[in-house]
Write a protein that binds this ligand. Structure first.
Ligand SMILES: NC(=O)C1=CN([C@@H]2O[C@H](COP(=O)(O)OP(=O)(O)OC[C@H]3O[C@@H](n4cnc5c(N)ncnc54)[C@H](OP(=O)(O)O)[C@@H]3O)[C@@H](O)[C@H]2O)[C@H](O)CC1
Ligand SMILES: [K+]
Length: 465
């Protein structure tokens, strides 16, 4: 099965536009539905074996896909029943139901089957399911051994990860033609254990894609510690956080890591410690200056942040520093910047507006001129020029203190390494860091502490060479 890495992510409107292009060139909606139904039926057949299949069909084209799949499964000898919310409404779905030609049960009265296929609603869902439909879906899903959603779990919005009504847990979602934001954004993404994209020969393109394993290279033969990428970490009131970040930067591939102004005695010897002063942070060899982990929000924190902003060095801004800034202030600064807010920091800096996490991160990048790593179980990375990368859910064990500091150090390392070879590409650097962070967590297993993550970074890097 094709991995999801690097795949484009399309909103409902973008998917509809791609579909319309194909239709304009002579493919009918029914022909497209036939293609979708065949691809769905092939997957269901592969997974269901000789178990009975119940397909739930809604009124639109998602339901139409269900009728086509039912017909093809029955023709292939599978035991299959269909239950529907009512009569289909679109022409293609009406034709598909007609071609099915067998009994259609009322959804509320349908008996369960071991394999449940949800073709109730897809990208056309406009509101939450009625309580009787949601109730029947929950009942039938709970009784099934295998639950499969066609395109999207019914009740999940397509574009922003919201659940418009209660959504059961699915074993598998068959994304038609392309991934949609809700296959990656929470809470919708967590409703499906697995997502497979079915190729339905509709060309798709998007500025947004799934975070892919980066391709990294070993240092060039004549590399030295400065040419490899130099990171400077500004310490503050809570020195442990900056030590975690500096350690992650060193393990994340930087050639030289400086810790400025910290007061901790548990610093790896490879990390160079200096006093914080304006000259130290203005060093032209610094490829990434990190400010924020453990910085605090006192007067000294403000001074250090102001000094960092006043340099022309590529800047990574995390944690407390994000609470001391405005988007306007960032926009006024020249030079590459990457911000790594979690949801609380993001809301405080950019406002708690409605909208999908992708759209909010995109607007934040445009407003601040910075690359944004909007962290969480569905990390979204956006660049001011519109590029978007969304990470698949990483280990939930990452929800522990200090992992954000590790990520910040890693972002700084990748920015410095990346900038040592060419013009820094903040989006690529942030994407490398998020991938390596997720991979290190996966390798660390359960119940790790943030300190453990850095030890797994070299293995994660080795997986990208
Ligand atoms: N993308 C492709 O290339 C292809 C996609 N296909 C499939 O088509 C669906 C999208 O089909 P569409 O007909 O636009 O939408 P849905 O089937 O999801 O549902 C729309 C109908 O449902 C009504 N509706 C919406 N929400 C509710 C609700 N909560 N309760 C009851 N009814 C609801 C809606 O009517 P309203 O006017 O009342 O909103 C529509 O009647 C896509 O997901 C794929 O599965 C094609 O097969 C071709 C290729
Ligand atoms: K569905």
């Amino acid at each position: 099965m094709m991995p999801l890495d690097g795949r484009p992510i399309l909103t409902a409107a973008a998917m509809r536009a791609a579909e319309e292009q194909i239709i304009a060139t002579g493919t009918s909606v029914s022909a497209l539905m036939e293609r979708v139904g065949a691809a769905v039926a092939a997957q269901v057949r592969r997974l269901a074996g000789d178990q009975e299949v119940l397909i739930l069909c809604g009124p639109g084209n998602n339901g139409g896909d269900g009728y086509v799949a039912a017909r093809l499964l029955a023709a292939a000898g599978q035991r299959v029943r269909v239950a529907a919310t009512g009569a289909p409404r679109s022409d293609a779905a009406i034709a598909a139901r007609h071609a099915w030609g067998r009994d259609v049960e009322a959804l509320g009265a349908a008996a369960p089957a071991p394999v449940l296929v949800d073709a109730l609603f897809g990208t056309g869902l406009s509101r939450g399911l009625g309580t009787d439909v949601a109730g029947a879906l929950a009942r039938l899903a709970a009784a099934a051994a295998l639950t499969i959603a066609v395109d999207l779990p019914s009740g999940a919005a397509t574009d922003d990860g919201r659940l418009l009504s209660p959504v059961p847990d699915y074993d598998l979602t068959l994304a038609l033609g392309a991934l949609k934001p809700s296959h990656l954004l929470q809470p919708a993404a967590a409703r499906s254990q697995r997502v497979i994209v079915l190729d339905i020969a509709v060309p798709v393109a998007s500025e947004a894609s799934v975070l892919a394993r980066p391709r990294l290279s070993a240092p060039v033969v004549d590399a030295h510690k400065y040419s490899r990428g130099m990171v400077a970490v500004v310490a503050g009131a809570m020195p442990g956080a900056s030590v975690l970040a500096a350690t992650a930067a060193a393990r994340g591939g930087a050639g030289y890591v400086l810790l400025l102004g910290g007061a901790s005695d548990r610093v790896p010897h490879a990390i160079v410690r200096r006093r914080f002063d304006a000259a130290a942070i203005a060093d032209k060899r610094i490829g990434a200056l990190l400010v924020g982990p453990g910085l605090g929000r006192d007067e000294r924190a403000r001074e250090r942040l102001e000094a960092a902003l006043a340099t022309d060095r590529p800047l990574v801004i995390d944690g407390d520093a994000l609470r001391l800034l405005t988007p306007q202030k960032l926009a006024a600064r020249k030079g590459p910047m990457i911000l790594t807010p979690h949801a609380g920091e993001f809301d405080a800096l950019f406002g708690a507006d409605a909208g999908s996490k992708i759209d909010r991160a995109r607007h934040a990048a445009a407003a601040s001129g910075a690359t944004i790593v909007f962290k969480g179980p569905d990390t979204v990375i956006t660049a001011p020029d519109g590029g978007v990368v969304v990470a698949l859910a990483a280990s939930s064990w990452l929800s522990t203190a200090g992992t954000g500091d590790v990520l910040a150090g890693l972002v700084a390392a990748r920015l410095a390494v990346n900038g040592s070879n060419a013009m820094p590409d903040p989006l690529a650097a942030a994407a490398e860091a998020v991938w390596l962070h997720g991979e290190a967590a996966r390798r660390a297993g359960p119940a790790f502490i943030a300190d453990d993550l850095a030890r797994h970074l070299p293995e994660a890097i080795a997986a990208c060479l």
